[in-house]
Design a protein around this ligand. Structure first.
Ligand SMILES: C[S@@+](CC[C@H](N)C(=O)[O-])C[C@H]1O[C@@H](n2cnc3c(N)ncnc32)[C@H](O)[C@@H]1O
Length: 278
């Protein structure tokens, strides 16, 4: 069952011609692919609500330092891993299910000169190929909603963390109002969408040996960010060539509208949880 879901998830994200679409957009943005800085890629490599701004705020709250050894679970194109390597200076590994994302993450990391502090592995959050206690911190942004077996996801995160190590989660959660619309950025149908409420997440984390350190409902921040972006576009700002639309195919607009509509209706929330392995 888990394998079938994982195949469907990787099929959802892997669009096949992503490399050429992104490099074409890099050139149309006036950027030199051989002189890229990590921030140049932020419009496309931070596949979560609020992008690099959200990354900066959440990472700052986690209090990571250059001495940390960090795992990013479901690392996508590697924006968060490169952010940590460049801005915090810590050694970071990303793991992701989608081969096309892992290959591009490695290439972008080499192009931005960060390969010494950042690397990527193809694999599953449900079967992490790392030793017990290998990491001092782990992050996972907008990944849980693809995972039905959350108990295993958090148990695996706990296993690879040292005691006292923190797990930083930023996810789409089930809101107080019932109902889902599809497609959304993470799924075309209910088959690969597995949201939990904040209360369910607390219970799952407790059962895996974590204590909650901090919680935030980022929904108002995310909606304000979205409204500002819509206003810019309505004022005539041209849509930039480099953006998350490149990852989402022909239904990109519908996916975004459904997600924002559900956040406004209370059907989903955007939550941050920082939990410590006891
Ligand atoms: C919406 S993207 C977020 C990517 C990245 N965390 C970011 O914020 O830019 C979700 C990612 O989770 C990955 N993913 C989903 N289920 C996974 C699993 N079981 N194991 C590893 N990665 C998974 C997908 O391949 C995809 O790259």
């Amino acid at each position: 069952m888990a394998e079938l879901i994982e195949r469907a998830v990787a099929g959802h994200y892997g669009v096949g011609n992503l490399r050429s679409r992104i490099f074409d957009a890099i050139e149309r943005s006036g950027l030199d692919p051989q002189a890229l800085r990590p921030a140049d890629l932020a419009p496309v490599d931070e596949f979560h609500m609020g992008g690099r701004g959200a990354t900066a705020e959440i990472v700052a709250r986690a209090g990571l330092t250059a001495g940390d050894r960090v795992l990013d679970i479901g690392s996508g194109l590697g924006g968060l891993v490169r952010y940590l390597a460049a801005e915090v200076g810590c050694r970071t590994t990303g793991i992701d299910l989608t081969p096309e994302y892992v290959e591009l993450a490695q290439e972008f990391t080499a192009l931005t000169g960060l390969s010494e502090r950042a690397d990527f592995v193809l694999g599953s959050a449900l079967d992490l190929p790392f030793d017990d206690g290998a990491f001092s911190a782990a992050l996972t942004f907008h990944v849980g909603m693809n995972i039905a077996d959350r108990a295993t996801k958090y148990a695996e995160a706990a296993r690879v963390l040292q005691s006292g190590g923190e797990l930083v989660i930023y996810d789409v959660m089930k809101g107080p109002v019932a109902g889902m619309r599809f497609p959304v950025p993470w799924a075309d149908s209910a088959e690969t969408s597995h949201l939990v409420t904040m209360a369910e997440l607390r219970d799952l984390l407790g059962a895996s040996g974590f204590e909650i350190v901090e919680e935030e409902d980022r929904t108002p921040t995310v909606l304000a960010h979205h409204r500002a972006r819509v206003a810019e576009l309505a004022a005539g700002a041209p849509p930039p060539p480099l953006g998350l639309h490149l990852l989402q195919g022909s239904t990109a607009k519908e996916k975004s509208q459904n997600m924002i509509g559900m956040a406004e209706a209370g059907q989903i929330t955007l939550g941050v949880v920082i939990a410590r392995k006891v």
